[in-house]
Design a protein around this ligand. Structure first.
Ligand SMILES: C=CC1=C(C)c2cc3[nH]c(cc4nc(cc5[nH]c(cc1n2)c(C)c5CCC(=O)O)C(CCC(=O)O)=C4C)c(C)c3C=C
Ligand SMILES: [Fe+2]
Ligand SMILES: [Fe+2]
Length: 323
């Protein structure tokens, strides 16, 4: 039996210091995410970063936490999985997290115990970066090392230019723009960043980002003067890919731009980085510099076109394994 597994980053169990500490510890211990030598990184992580960032990030998560459904990343991932189940009624469809719960090892054990001997895995990162996509495949294959009966495995390739992904992106953005009570003067297309050094060492992420951006602006018919592609969520002091989203928003506002829409194509679900960082923090930066309206774009989430897109991406890889 063929099983389908969505692999998402993961989110803390609770928006508290106690919820963030183990989440950040696991996330920031990943060698794919932090390439600094362990002897330098671990003392920094345990003495400087975890004690301070756990509290600071908990406060941010508390702002976006839903009283019933908790973390947006979790609730959208559950919803995506449930909706995908209806499209693959003969196959188990599950999700597992790279960091935190539900852990991939537990999910894979349950899938194999229920008779899955072929697995199609879909990392929820359209653009490949070693820090995201390869972290997902590392977590998958590490989890498989703990199983006696390892299924045959296929991993969907990065889908930054897959029509199923681009159709969904276009549909979500068109829906957003149709609902806006104002016309944006400029569109910022913001992706999660990575350290510049990683790109220089060969991570192809920026190339995938550009390919998505080019396809998107062509489909939307946006003239070159209307949009700027940027990178957000910088972590630490080293340079990351540029331009930084906040710098561009500030410069736009200072030039007199009042209304900006921020598209977020790299995120398959709304999360801390889209709701809080862009919707609250970056909006403040923009307004402080003289801007008036900033709308953080909706992510792919549970849009019907994205559920369709996921099905198309999975079917492309599942050839011969799916009905
Ligand atoms: C060196 C640090 C980080 C790299 C590299 C990085 C790459 C990267 N991350 C995402 C997607 C997400 N990241 C999210 C949160 C988040 N990211 C980092 C650090 C790096 N990310 C941290 C420390 C955190 C936790 C929050 C915080 O303390 O700031 C999230 C949101 C998760 C949620 O629970 O809502 C996503 C999604 C990608 C796609 C990526 C590389 C391309
Ligand atoms: Fe991140
Ligand atoms: Fe962030």
């Amino acid at each position: 039996m063929t099983g389908i597994l969505l692999i998402q980053l993961g989110t803390p169990d609770k928006p508290t210091y106690g919820g963030l500490f183990p989440y950040l510890r696991q996330f920031l211990s990943d060698r794919r995410v932090i390439e600094v030598p362990r002897a330098i990184w671990l003392p920094l992580l345990y003495l400087r970063i975890l004690p301070f960032r756990s509290g600071a990030s908990a406060a941010k998560y508390a702002r976006i936490w839903h009283p019933e459904t908790g973390s947006p990343l979790m609730s959208y991932t559950i919803r995506q999985t449930d909706l995908l189940k209806a499209r693959f009624p003969d196959n188990p469809v599950r999700f597992g997290m790279i960091v935190g719960n539900p852990a991939l090892r537990k999910v894979l054990t349950e899938m194999v115990d229920s008779g899955v001997d072929k697995l199609i895995a879909m990392p929820m990162f359209p653009q490949y970066s070693a820090t995201s996509f390869a972290s997902a495949t590392d977590s998958l294959f590490t989890a498989l090392t703990k199983l006696r009966r390892v299924p045959a495995v296929r991993v969907v390739p990065p889908y930054y230019d897959h029509p199923g992904y681009l159709d969904a992106l276009e549909a979500v953005i068109r829906d957003d723009l149709a609902k806006l009570p104002w016309e944006p003067e400029h569109i910022v297309i913001s992706f999660h960043g990575i350290p510049k050094k990683y790109a220089q060492r060969g991570d192809p992420y920026a190339t995938h980002v550009v390919r998505t951006t080019q396809a998107l602006v062509k489909r939307m018919g946006w003239p070159r003067s209307l949009w700027t592609q940027t990178y957000q969520s910088r972590f630490g002091k080293s340079p990351w890919l540029k331009p930084y989203t906040d710098d561009v928003l500030e410069a736009l506002a200072k030039k007199g731009t009042k209304r900006v829409y921020v598209a977020l194509p790299g995120f398959t679900a709304d999360c801390l980085e889209t709701i809080d960082e862009i919707g609250l923090e970056s909006r403040e930066v923009f307004e402080h510099a003289g801007g008036e309206h900033l709308k953080n774009g909706t992510c792919l989430n549970d849009h019907p076109q994205w559920i369709e897109g996921m099905e198309r991406i999975i079917r492309d890889e599942g050839h011969g394994w799916l009905k």
